[in-house]
Design a protein. Structure first.
Length: 201
């Protein structure tokens, strides 16, 4: 497959993956999740007297909404029993070697892209921690999230349990975490300079 054929090929696979996604279901599940998060925070605040800021609650709501989107992509829009099998071979695919390799490459790329925002949001929620801890925790969370998806797909026969998917999903989360940490470094430096400027005045 030539490079000029890759873009239409990617578009075709993306459209196939988006088929069956219900905007209405996503909105309803996201709203239900957001309400649940808000109620949990209210209960936690009253029980522990620990205040959770608006930004932190907002980030949790965005995370829940995106989790519902991932659920739609990886689980809801697939028919039970439509896919079954376990593939422990690791293959990221290649632009060379025909349709199968190219398809595997696109799927690997989409898995990475799917988990980029997930890793970013998880890292930003834990932004008050040290960078190493942020990266470690996000990697662990992304691995556990991907494992849960793969196992659920296998048990319900809605998808194949593939080690490659587990790796690419986690990799996407790690890249998202690195992006968040880099942005956090810039943010902290700007804030530090602003504090110094205010003190000098």
């Amino acid at each position: 497959m030539t490079q000029s054929e890759m873009i239409p090929f990617i578009e075709k696979i993306v459209l196939e993956q988006m088929q069956g996604i219900s905007l209405q279901v996503w909105i309803l599940t996201a709203l239900a999740g957001i309400v649940a998060v808000h109620l949990f925070i209210l209960i936690l605040t009253r029980m522990t007297d620990k205040k959770i800021g608006f930004m932190q609650e907002f980030l949790w709501c965005i995370l829940i909404a995106y989790a519902c989107f991932i659920f739609q992509i990886t689980f809801y829009n697939r028919e039970p029993g439509s896919r079954n099998g376990v593939n422990i071979a690791v293959s990221m695919g290649s632009i060379r070697g025909g349709y199968g390799n190219a398809q595997r490459l696109v799927y690997s790329f989409l898995n990475i892209v799917l988990f980029l925002p997930w890793g970013f949001l998880l890292s930003w929620i834990n932004r008050k921690r040290r960078y190493g801890i942020i990266l470690f925790m996000t990697t662990l969370y992304c691995f556990l999230t991907s494992s849960m998806i793969e196992i659920s797909q296998h048990l319900t026969r809605r998808g194949y349990l593939e080690v490659t998917d587990l790796i690419t999903n986690t990799l996407g989360g790690v890249l998202g975490s690195i992006m968040a940490c880099l942005l956090l470094i810039v943010y902290r430096r700007i804030r530090h300079k602003s504090d110094i400027s205010q003190r000098s005045n």
